[in-house]
Design a protein around this ligand. Structure first.
Ligand code: GH3
Ligand code: MG
Ligand code: MG
Ligand code: MG
Length: 316
């Protein structure tokens, strides 16, 4: 860095400017053992306005990704000092699953099998050197655009159209893994089914559109209270599921009780009406690995009891 000897305040200013300049920009991770060609490649990509991170080995690249840093694309040599590009791709996919960034392989090696192996491992494209700059740029742009579209579709497939929180599909697809993790760590897990009380009556009185506004309000409120740590989804209609991550039943119960109280107190403004609603919650503890449906069924039974006991309560 050219400003190493500047006072700290200037350093801070410069890194702030740096952040502002690269924020929201597409990041490309360049993996190349050769300093000079890495420099050239980074320059080429910078001219396309990408923000660049450089790694000289596969290990360095994995370290960067393991630290939770996001890359929108990885461009790697297919021959690296510590592993082949094909193995690097496999490693990345192993660790990041569906979130893994697309990887383009680069090689000046004449061995055509390298390309095949790289693509078989899950690389999205392979470019032989020397390449035409325009073709390289187009392939890079295409890989990034395809991935963005894919991620957008994945987000869409996981979210509920009305409330924009996770949908039932996502809840059932990711729930079992979360339960497994909790049980393996010996941490508690529990599942809650949240249901709005007398929602049909609200629809009948104020109309379906107001009903929808109330649903959106409840989802937003639940989301802000539940946060990212636990899994929240709209299971259907006016019913929501919460999978509590590593909360024993006592703390999960307190959490649910807080949700119930917050909802009771929360004023919902829809058109000219000021409405209030209440929710009932069934809470089941998860003690052993079972079919995911069973947990939900247990929570549902507690919900049924909460309704029969007069609603606006938590039963566990
Ligand atoms: P309970 O206290 O026993 O839960 O009574 P409830 O009226 O809330 O329960 P019920 O299951 O009888 O009715 C649920 C209602 O939710 C019926 C349906 O019209 C309404 N509903 C389901 N999905 C939507 C939606 O997307 N928008 C609106 N506005 N209403 C919906
Ligand atoms: Mg019902
Ligand atoms: Mg209801
Ligand atoms: Mg219901």
């Amino acid at each position: 860095c050219i400003v190493k000897n500047e006072p700290e305040s200037i350093q801070r200013l410069i890194s702030a400017v740096d952040r502002a300049l690269t924020e929201g920009r597409t990041t490309v991770l360049v993996v190349n053992p050769n300093r000079a060609s890495r420099y050239d490649l980074a320059g080429l990509l910078r001219r396309q306005r990408y923000s660049i991170v450089e790694a000289s080995t596969a290990g360095e690249a994995l370290q960067f990704l393991d630290a939770g840093e996001a890359a929108d694309l990885i461009v790697t040599e297919t021959v690296l000092d510590d592993m082949t590009g094909a193995v690097l791709v496999a490693e990345i996919r192993n660790r990041q699953g569906e979130d893994a960034a697309p990887v383009i392989g680069l090689s000046d090696d004449g061995d055509a099998r390298l390309a095949a192996r790289f693509l078989e491992a899950g690389g999205v494209d392979f470019i032989r050197k020397p390449f035409l700059e325009a073709e390289f740029n187009a392939r890079v742009a295409q890989a990034i655009a395809m991935n963005k579209r894919l991620q957008a579709l994945r987000r869409m497939a996981a979210s509920d159209y009305l409330t924009n929180i996770y949908n039932r599909r996502h809840f059932f697809l990711t729930g079992p893994r979360l339960v497994e993790q909790c049980l393996r760590r010996g941490a508690g897990a529990s599942i809650a089914v949240v249901d709005i009380d007398h929602f049909k009556r609200l629809n009948d009185t104020y109309g379906h559109e107001i009903g929808d506004i109330v649903l959106k309000h409840v989802a937003r409120r639940l989301k802000s209270l539940v946060g990212e740590e636990h899994l929240l989804a709209r299971l259907g209609g006016e019913e929501f599921g919460i999978l509590f991550n590593a909360l024993d039943v006592r703390r999960a119960y307190d959490f649910c009780e807080r949700l119930r109280l917050e909802m009771e107190r929360s004023k919902i403004v829809a058109d000219d009406e000021e409405l209030t609603i209440t929710i009932s919650i069934g809470l089941a503890t998860i003690e052993a690995q079972e079919a995911f449906d069973n947990y939900l069924h247990a929570a549902d039974q507690f919900l049924y009891m909460a309704k029969h006991a007069g609603r606006n309560r938590v039963v566990s």
